[in-house]
Design a protein around this ligand. Structure first.
Ligand code: NDP
Length: 336
């Protein structure tokens, strides 16, 4: 079996040379344990941010869909597929306890995947998993969008963002996505039904938002922070709500070189805005609600979902770097 460890701390954008692939020999199973073989692995932005807390030699953290190939635990029978926080490993020995998960106090215990009505198992790492519940609760609980309101989402063509925008459409809102390419932007409008998009790399964002939302913005789902968000917030209407989900524009900045951002406080008090940050695990007791509703919306054809799939465990690092660089449309996944 193989695992991928942090070779040295990242300096800006992670490089292939910062990681090492290591072979490991796993011991025989003890009673209560099972052996899981990775089928799909997730690469997510939080791994970049989390690496600050890691030491060289630590296994890269992450969740995967895995097949139980040996078992001495009746809750995890051979042949079942499970979702587990098994990190960047091809094979994992687990006893099914949340407490054995390295480094992530809030990770749930591995669970056997229920009937997905024929949808791909990899969806459990996206729309039917953590990114899906992040989008669902982060938008509905924090922004509380009302029909007719204007919703802007940044990181709009990614795993979380494309779900946020579509849920806002389901709720009857006008939706504008911010992304880094026209190809992605056109996909949001032509395929996913967004009302408009801005390309933060080539558009004058301030001007473009003025054109797309002349009436102002009611809800902002923020995946990126920094200059993009300061500009969005300056276009918000009185009593607007901001859901702070992520700050990917800052993840590659060294702590000694923090991003320089404009002042948002003026707009906050002037327009009496509410800004609230959240962590997906805050909603872990309600995760089934997001799972069920997102699954129903997919089955009803109201929610479309895309993945960018990279093949091969040895390409984990490539997939991770490409996701951070914006090469993915929808959820970035690695398939064994
Ligand atoms: P995505 O699928 O959106 O992938 C990351 C995307 O970020 C890239 O495709 C790229 O798209 C965009 N990006 C990269 N660098 C920048 C930059 N400097 N400025 C603006 N955009 C950039 O990832 P996820 O959907 O998984 O995650 C989206 C956000 O949500 C992240 O910030 C993540 O940390 C956060 N998150 C927070 C959770 C929580 O509990 N609070 C849970 C899950 C995710 P483009 O081509 O458009 O630049």
């Amino acid at each position: 079996s193989k695992k991928i460890i942090l070779g040295k701390h990242f300096d800006g954008m992670p490089q292939e040379s910062d990681f090492k692939i290591v072979e490991e020999q796993l011991p025989p199973l003890k009673d209560g344990e099972f052996l899981a073989e990775a089928v799909f692995l997730s690469v997510d932005p939080y791994m970049r941010a989390y690496a600050h807390n890691m030491n060289p030699g630590d296994v890269m953290v992450g969740t995967q869909v895995a097949k139980v190939v040996e078992s001495k635990n009746n809750n995890y029978p051979v042949g079942e597929h499970v979702v587990g926080k098994f990190d960047w490993r091809t094979h994992t020995i687990s006893s099914g306890l949340a407490s054995e998960v390295a480094g992530a106090g809030n990770a749930p215990a591995p669970y056997v995947i229920p009937n997905l009505s024929g949808l791909p198992l990899s969806y459990c790492l996206g729309v039917l998993g953590m990114p899906g519940s992040t989008a669902y609760f982060g938008l509905l609980d924090i922004c509380e969008p009302k029909p007719g309101e204007v919703v802007v989402v940044s990181g709009a063509a990614g795993a979380v963002g494309m779900i946020v925008g579509q849920i806002a459409k389901i709720k009857g809102c006008k939706v504008i996505g911010i992304t880094g390419s026209d190809e992605k932007g056109r996909h949001l409008v032509d395929v996913l039904g967004f009302d408009g998009y801005a390309n933060y790399k080539t558009d004058n964002l301030d001007q473009k938002l003025g054109e797309l939302a002349p009436e102002g913005i009611d809800c902002y789902f923020d995946n990126v922070a920094g200059e993009i968000s300061t500009t969005v917030i300056s276009h918000m209407r009185e009593f607007g709500r901001i859901s702070v989900c992520g700050s990917i524009s800052s993840y590659n900045h060294d702590v000694k070189d923090p991003p320089k951002v404009g002042v948002v406080q003026f707009y906050m008090y002037e327009n009496q805005l509410i800004m609230k940050g959240f962590q997906n695990y805050l909603y872990k007791d309600r995760a089934a609600e997001a799972f069920r509703q997102n699954l129903d919306w997919i089955k009803e054809g109201k929610l479309k979902y895309m993945e960018t799939v990279t093949e091969g465990f040895n390409n984990m690092v490539k997939a991770f770097i490409e996701m951070l660089s914006g090469k993915n449309l929808g959820k970035a996944i690695v398939k064994m």
